[in-house]
Design a protein around this ligand. Structure first.
Ligand code: IMP
Ligand code: MG
Length: 339
């Protein structure tokens, strides 16, 4: 499918990085373009056997032939971005839109020093909220103002739309998750922007009619960092016992956890117009599913859970992640008529 949008269906940290990096190898997109808030995101990808945490670049980084772009709706922290470009020697395949907002040191200080943001909301302290405030006030810098980024600056919406109109494959990578959307999440315990599929499209400059598929990513259980409601939340001890205790990529905080939530999943499917569902960390719930690549090899209870998700959401589960490596994936897209 030429244009696929991938978004988070719960509170972020659904394992989008794994899904997006797998898809980049499998579908070989010409372009992977990032939408979403900014470097508050943390996507884990496994590249040549090593684990990397990405905060600015698309997770398609693991496919060396894919062009990596950042849309104008995304906030850029030039220090974080330049370091990632260096780490992956990605100098020749990164394009940053000239209108991306810029996170400056003062925004990070404001985010970390603010009793409400840091204390009550529990932000990531990466400066995103305060930088978006400056953007709305129309006083913030944009990437075309930043000398150190000059070689990467381009017109990303133009490049993305041009590729789509030529029928080339484009992956649009969302960040965060539906229920920390500023509009659709558990306000005020949310991030500083909408992060549902429509917003992600707007971030990169595409309209809804060019999107062929929207993949909403759910983890096999629900986690959340920072404050705000989490229905069915487990105690830390119980989370540890089940093997669900995780640490956040960006902040290192312990993630709170709860069982898979069908009601939230239904709502996320609705808000994102999802056409497909990807499930991650399935091997954490079903150890026998570890590294399984064929649906028929899944244990019975695991298959029953997939059936239940499909029944409740009325959307097919096309991708099931069964381990950290890109190859540990069950891909049912062909069998279900999506490819
Ligand atoms: P902010 O986006 O840093 O302002 O943080 C606002 C809320 O969103 C906090 O609860 C953060 O923990 C949460 N948040 C922001 N980005 C992410 C993410 O990528 N994954 C998970 N939670 C996030
Ligand atoms: Mg994350």
């Amino acid at each position: 499918m030429p244009c696929t949008v991938i978004v988070g269906g719960f509170f972020g940290d659904e394992g989008k990085g794994k899904i997006m990096s797998y898809l980049s190898i499998k579908d070989n997109p010409k372009i992977a373009v990032r939408g979403g808030v900014g470097p508050n995101a943390g996507h884990t990808v496994v590249f040549e056997g090593k684990e990397f945490k990405l905060r600015m670049l698309p997770s398609a980084i693991i496919n060396r032939s894919t062009k990596l772009m950042i849309g104008p709706g995304v906030l850029v922290d030039p220090n974080v971005l330049l370091k990632e470009i260096e780490t992956f020697s990605a100098h020749d395949r990164v394009k940053v839109d000239r209108q991306c907002g810029v996170i400056e040191e003062k925004h990070i200080e404001m985010d970390r020093g603010d009793a409400y943001l840091k204390g009550k909301i529990g932000t990531t302290g990466t400066g995103c909220g305060p930088a978006n405030v400056d953007r709305v006030r129309r006083v913030g810098k944009v990437c075309r103002d930043i000398e150190a980024l000059s070689r990467y600056i381009d017109d990303v919406p133009y490049l993305v739309n041009e590729a789509i109109s030529k029928g080339e494959t484009v992956h649009v990578e969302g960040t965060q998750g539906t229920f920390i959307s500023l509009f659709h999440g558990t306000y005020p315990f949310v991030t500083s922007k909408d992060v549902t599929a429509s917003a992600i499209c707007s971030d990169v400059g595409i309209g809804p009619k060019v999107v062929d598929d929207v993949i909403v990513v759910f983890k096999a259980y629900v986690t959340r960092v920072g404050a705000g409601e989490l229905p069915g939340e487990l105690s830390t001890e119980e989370a540890e016992r089940r093997g669900w205790l995780e640490k956040a990529t960006v902040t290192g905080r312990v993630r709170r956890s709860a069982p898979f939530n069908y009601e939230l999943a239904r709502r996320a499917v609705m808000l994102n117009s999802a056409t497909q569902i990807a499930i991650t960390k399935f091997d954490v719930l079903y150890p026998q599913a570890k590294n399984v690549r064929d649906f028929s090899q899944l244990p019975k209870e695991a298959k029953e859970m997939i059936d239940m998700i499909e029944k409740e959401t009325k959307v097919p589960v096309t991708i099931i992640s069964t381990g950290a490596e890109a190859e540990a994936t069950i891909d049912r897209r062909r069998e279900l008529g999506f490819l």
